[in-house]
Ligand binder design. Structure first.
Ligand code: SF4
Ligand code: SF4
Length: 168
């Protein structure tokens, strides 16, 4: 390469725009970056964990935690589509590169715990009220009216007919 050509290339590169795009600048619509969980909404039902094809998600109800292993996630979006509370979403930013297989753990928020406890309490109260109403209805039934008349036995009718024919 001649010195003239070399200088031309240097000058061209100095005054022209870069040919590459800066990383982490633009995230096109529909980018499947990484899974995010809004722990204010998550009820730790475990459905995302069951649906995940790579077993990247773990739910610990006793510890009230939701964990994800980002290196195992293939960004299929299956967990997001199956979350009943819509607490999961695909964050637009790509997963940060790393050299270790880490597990990210998130604790269920106090707000979510309180909301879940209130829901369970309301459900228990509804069930108790329904059971009490059923028991009251069952108790009230026998005193409602007279006993239903007994059905005529067809065998009795036959016997009567036979008795008549005997008397002839
Ligand atoms: S993220 Fe959604 S599907 Fe997963 S445990 Fe929480 S509420 Fe259930
Ligand atoms: S996006 Fe797919 S692979 Fe990643 S955690 Fe959700 S279900 Fe699992």
């Amino acid at each position: 390469m001649s010195i003239v050509s070399f200088n031309t290339t240097v000058l061209h590169n100095l005054f022209s725009k870069p040919k590459t795009r800066k990383a982490e600048k633009e995230y096109p619509a529909g980018t499947r970056g990484h899974v995010e969980n809004d722990m204010d909404l998550c009820i730790l039902c475990g459905l995302c964990s069951i649906k995940c094809p790579t077993h990247a998600i773990t739910v610990d109800k006793a510890e009230k935690t939701w964990s994800i292993r980002p290196m195992s996630c293939i960004q299929c979006r299956c967990c997001v589509d199956n979350c009943p509370k819509k607490s999961l979403s695909m964050g637009l930013r790509f997963q940060e590169p790393g050299s270790e297989k880490i597990t990210k753990t998130f604790k269920q928020s106090e707000k979510a715990i309180a909301a879940q406890e209130a829901l369970m309490k309301a459900a228990k109260e509804r069930a108790a009220a329904a059971a009490a109403a059923k028991a009251a209805a069952a108790q009230a039934k026998p005193s409602d009216g007279a006993a239903t008349p007994a059905k005529a036995d067809p065998a009795d009718a036959r016997n009567k007919v036979e008795a008549k024919t005997d008397n002839k």
